[in-house]
Design a protein. Structure first.
Length: 200
């Protein structure tokens, strides 16, 4: 019988600073949204653990700080999937998507499933990026799909994680932990606490 922690998938959450990565994860995991969310200074990335269909999914969220660059290969290594986020009110953040995708594909070492998220779709009057442009980018670059989200208004957040996890659960190349690790309750763990994984 498969126990809760036997099967593990690694997902990285990337995108330019301020697009709403942490807000999306907070909304999905805790059902909350903070208008004036302050970046945690001095932390390069955090890991959140979700359990989907009895499988463990670890989501690696980066603060994108300058000094994080040195850790890039470790951050991406063995990632099964990426959530690449841009802000629909910020053209530059959309133009940055290609670079994030390139890094994911280059450093992961696995065939990575990437889902594109156009966040802040509640700001209808400030929209700069058209859905059809994001769709054609996703299609051209072999991404799973593009979904417009709002962490603020809780639009399409659950749908995005559902679509990603459905795709993940099809994969056989998960990390198998066996039944020897009974204490893996690493919610909100710091990278140091998750060193059992051997990635950091
Ligand atoms: P990160 O740097 O990508 O992790 O971005 P954050 O999650 O820290 O969000 C940056 C800012 O955008 C914060 O002030 C959030 O409150 C705001 N924000 C995040 N998601 C949304 C959203 O869906 N709609 C709106 N209007 N603001 C958002
Ligand atoms: Mg953040």
């Amino acid at each position: 019988m498969t126990d809760r922690y036997d099967v593990l998938y690694k997902v990285v959450l990337v995108g330019d600073l301020g697009v709403g990565k942490t807000s999306i994860l907070q909304r999905y995991k805790f059902g909350v949204f903070e208008e004036n969310y302050k970046a945690t200074i001095g932390v390069d990335f955090t890991v959140q653990t979700l359990t989907i269909d009895n499988k463990t999914v670890k989501i690696w969220d980066t603060s994108g700080q300058e000094r994080f660059k040195a850790m890039i290969p470790k951050f991406y290594r063995d990632a099964h999937a990426a959530l690449i986020v841009f802000d629909v009110t910020n053209t530059e953040s959309f133009e940055g998507v290609g670079k994030w995708l390139q890094d994911v594909n280059y450093f992961s070492g696995l065939r990575t499933t990437s889902l594109l998220l156009g966040n802040k779709c509640d700001l209808i009057n400030e929209r700069k990026v058209k859905l059809c442009d994001a769709q054609s980018f996703a299609l051209r670059n072999d991404m799973l799909d593009v979904i417009e989200t709002s962490a603020k208004e809780n639009s399409n957040i659950d749908e995005a994680f559902l679509q990603l996890s459905k795709e993940l659960l099809k994969r056989e190349d998960y990390i198998s932990l066996g039944s020897m690790r009974p204490s893996l309750t690493l919610d909100n763990s710091s990278p140091a606490e998750s060193s059992w994984w051997g990635c950091c």
